[in-house]
Design a protein around this ligand. Structure first.
Ligand SMILES: [Zn+2]
Ligand SMILES: [Zn+2]
Length: 81
């Protein structure tokens, strides 16, 4: 059913806009591991199974990372320029 599709899609959006703003503010707009500013993105730890149906990310599960640290967080080694 189309309705179920929409629900599944909205579940994938786990980080709220407010949360993203908080992370950006907390980090000062810099990578939280190396303080770099190249291709920043919000990284989140893989969601843990907590038993409930609601899987919400807390702020401490989120990190603003540059592309290098982000790749490292995902186990990808990238040579820094
Ligand atoms: Zn970094
Ligand atoms: Zn990530």
């Amino acid at each position: 059913m189309a309705k179920r599709e929409i629900q599944r899609r909205s579940n994938a959006q786990k980080i709220t806009r407010e949360q993203a703003y908080r992370i950006l503010e907390r980090s000062g707009g810099r990578c939280e591991r190396c303080r770099g500013t190249f291709m920043l993105a919000i990284h989140h730890d893989p969601p843990k199974q907590m038993g409930g149906t609601k899987r919400v990310y807390t702020d401490d599960m989120l990190e603003l990372l540059c592309i290098y640290c982000h790749n490292e967080a995902h186990g990808i080694r990238v040579k820094r320029l």
